[in-house]
Design a protein around this ligand. Structure first.
Ligand code: PLP
Length: 418
């Protein structure tokens, strides 16, 4: 059936209003009118705090908030809506997973945590911190010259002391899609937990957590047509049920009592025990609408549309002499992310020049400093990333603009003024 990017663009007034070529979707996506309208109408008609009142409005809002968990659970193939925890974003979701495991004594002195050199800081720094606190050892799966983790090394790195294998499903720099299922299998065989950063995969391809065999999966609403301020942590039910929450607060407990001078806490069930304080209610309504919007298009269609844009971008950009493309050569191995450099031109200077031509790309180190160092680009890269409302013309405009910038500025130390 495919995807009609031109028709979809009508739902994104910003594209029309600003007339830009928006290619920074790995950072955040634009919001379609139905998502904005759902949040506005909920705010005007139904808004109240959730799980805190028995008046009609609060009950309605609570029901919708629960429904948002159900819709998200269905989207990623979770067994139950109780496995869906709403957080602020991917970063907070991964930190929550790391704190949960540390807090509950799952990671201790002498244990090991495995991450990769390709990981975004959001999936590196929480594990660095937890390993430091616990006295555990952090091991990094090395990357090859294209920035692809050398997963063959995992067999010799993993041991009976490995408690966690945590990694990004798809790289936000190279777009490379890691073989989650086979990595999960190896981790499981060694009794290790699997934590997956799905920030770049969940918005762009069909996902089924049961099939992937992961224990935790983190992703952000704002990268999949939803609002900012809401993220998701999928937590496998039988595991999560056993874990005490690291963040106690209103909304996380069933009953608190003073017993013999001590405060005794009876935690609420999943997911409420992990959602501390007033949750992102309006944002949950927006995310639910975003998921429905994507489901209507079909995630297979999203994936294949982006694959064709990526292939086109790789073909056109690799034809420009000054351009060096990072990551796998084969479009099938990556999601809709193409990072590159223009020889002799600082990435930020290139970004400014492209912006003047109406093209929005991300430049810099993309929160993946180690990966850029490994790729021999410590100054960073230029990243174009695609979504459903990008059409082939956007890729052609990008390639033409990159060529012009390269010819005009590459090799001239000054570059364009910012
Ligand atoms: C792979 C990856 N992980 C984590 C994040 C962090 O997402 P957020 O800023 O929504 O927490 C990003 C954002 O760019 C990302 O690309």
């Amino acid at each position: 059936m495919g995807l009609d990017c031109r028709a979809l663009r009508r739902d994104f007034p910003l594209l029309e209003n600003r007339g830009i070529v928006y290619l920074d979707n790995a950072a955040s996506t634009l919001k379609p009118s139905p998502v904005v309208e759902a949040m506005v109408s909920f705010t005007h008609d139904t808004y109240a705090n959730v799980h805190r009142g028995v008046y009609e409005l609060s009950l309605k809002a609570s029901r919708l908030y629960e429904e948002a968990h159900e819709v998200v659970a269905g989207f990623i193939g979770a067994e139950s809506w109780e496995e869906i925890v709403f957080t602020r974003n991917t970063s907070e979701s991964i930190q929550l997973a790391a704190m949960l495991l540390y807090w509950n004594g799952y990671i201790g002195r002498g244990d090991e945590v495995v991450v990769t050199e390709a990981d975004h800081h959001s999936n590196l720094l929480p594990w660095v911190r937890v390993a430091e606190k616990a006295g555990a050892r952090l091991k990094l799966v090395p990357v090859n010259s294209r920035g692809i983790p050398e997963w063959r090394a995992l067999a010799s790195m993993i041991s009976e002391r490995t408690r966690v294998v945590a990694f990004g499903h798809a790289s936000n720099v190279t777009g490379y899609i890691n073989p989650v299922k086979s990595i999960s299998k190896i981790a499981r065989e060694h009794g290790a937990m699997v934590v997956v950063d799905g920030a770049q995969s969940v918005p762009h391809m069909p996902i089924n957590v049961a099939d992937l065999g992961v224990d935790f999966l983190a992703f952000s609403g704002h990268k999949m047509l939803g609002p900012t301020g809401i993220g998701v942590l999928y937590a496998r039910r039988d595991l999560a049920e056993k874990l005490d929450p690291p963040l106690g607060a209103g909304g996380t407990v069933r009953r608190v009592r003073l017993k013999g001078g001590r405060v005794s806490i009876e935690w609420d069930s999943m997911p409420w025990k992990l959602e501390s304080g007033t949750p992102p209610i309006i944002e949950a309504v927006g995310l639910m609408e975003a998921v429905r919007y994507l489901e209507k298009i079909g995630m297979e269609n999203v994936r294949s549309h982006e694959a064709s844009l990526t292939e086109k971008a790789l073909t056109l950009l690799s034809g420009i002499e000054e351009v060096e493309i990072l990551g796998p050569e084969n479009a099938e191995e990556r999601l809709g992310v193409v990072s590159f450099s223009i020889r002799g031109l600082n990435p930020d200077a290139a970004g400014y020049a492209l912006s003047r031509m109406g093209i929005a790309v991300r430049t810099g180190l993309h929160c993946a400093h180690i990966l850029h160092d490994r790729l021999g680009h410590p100054e960073g890269s230029i990243r174009a990333s695609f979504y459903i409302y990008n059409c082939v013309e956007d890729v052609e405009l990008l390639a033409r603009a990159v060529e012009e910038v390269a010819r005009k500025y590459a090799g001239k130390t000054a570059g364009p003024a910012g």
